[in-house]
Design a binder for this molecule. Structure first.
Ligand SMILES: Nc1ncnc2c1ncn2[C@@H]1O[C@H](COP(=O)(O)OP(=O)(O)OP(=O)(O)O)[C@@H](O)[C@H]1O
Ligand SMILES: [Mg+2]
Length: 275
């Protein structure tokens, strides 16, 4: 083969490789577009449900002969749905920050002293009206927090970690069941372990790690609540890791248990937050 011929062969080979790479990139781009469309459809579906519920409740309130008790009940439902909307909007905002690396700095909230027990009581109060609709009772056992009153962390983010776990507990619990939230101070590591447990749809042992993956939803969860992005626990894990903490799920005697461990001093004293 002459020199010119082998150069042509080499060029043909490169062209073939480039065409192949180009096809692969096009396929990847199409997949990203499909994921994006699916995500947006999911987001709008999740927002539309509580908004429709609020509209429906308001329509109820405008009925001429509505009694005070009934009006109170309807307003409580409006409150639950509004709580859900705020919860979802915060997740979508965090999600876009977590996905766009250049925007990670937006997550760097100032460190604050957080009264963990109070934060959990407030969240339980927020979600309780939603839980009442299905006769689910959320109980915060305050005793365990006595040895550890405060932690240092980014409050809105830590709040969203527990908001995601508690909202799941309400969503996936059996009607008429109980959700228990408790804390324990761990002296050896100067940290606090918060446990949220509920009884409801089960998590297959092979899924206990996968539930923290971005977008993962179990078939049982999809059957009970078709709408959902599968981002809640992924966000919770990322935020916990940013705080150098730990989050695990387990099941025991019909309970689904989430354990979040956070250092009391957290990131205090660290010059730069690691993200
Ligand atoms: N308390 C729970 N009981 C049973 N399964 C749970 C519980 N919490 C989470 N899961 C499982 O973990 C999966 C991931 O949870 P995650 O919060 O990330 O997503 P989601 O709840 O499905 O959707 P989203 O939070 O976007 O509405 C759920 O789909 C469900 O399979
Ligand atoms: Mg969830």
């Amino acid at each position: 083969m002459s020199e010119a011929e082998s150069s042509i062969e080499e060029l043909k080979r490169r062209l073939y490789n480039l065409e192949h790479e180009n096809t692969e990139l096009k396929e990847k781009l199409q997949q990203v577009e499909r994921d994006r469309t699916e995500y947006l459809q999911n987001v709008s579906h999740q927002l539309v449900a509580p908004l429709n519920a609020i509209k429906w409740h308001i329509e109820n309130l405008t009925e001429a002969r509505i009694g005070v008790d009934r009006a109170r009940k309807v307003l409580r439902s409006v409150y639950s749905q509004a709580t859900l909307l705020v919860h979802l909007a915060k997740n979508f905002n965090l999600m876009s920050n977590l996905e766009a690396d250049h925007a990670l700095s937006k997550l760097k909230e100032p460190l604050q002293e957080i009264k963990l027990c109070q934060l959990l009581v407030n969240l339980a109060d927020d979600f309780q009206p939603l839980a009442w609709d299905r006769e689910i009772n959320i109980v915060v056992e305050k005793d365990g927090f006595e040895k550890c009153q405060t932690i240092y962390a980014m409050k809105p983010l830590i709040s969203q970690v527990f908001s995601n776990i508690i909202e799941n507990a309400v969503k996936y619990s059996h009607d008429g069941s109980k959700i228990i939230i408790k804390g324990e101070y761990l002296q050896s590591s100067d940290s606090v372990a918060v446990t949220v447990k509920n009884r409801g749809i089960s998590i297959d042992p092979s899924h206990l790690d996968r539930i923290f993956e971005r977008g993962f939803r179990s078939p049982e969860a999809k059957a009970k609540y078709p709408a959902g992005t599968g981002f809640g626990l992924y966000i919770a894990k990322r935020i916990t890791e940013i705080h150098e903490g730990n989050i695990v799920a387990k099941t025991c005697d019909g309970w689904t248990i989430f354990n979040v461990t956070l250092s009391v001093k957290g990131l205090k004293g660290k010059a730069r937050l690691r993200v």
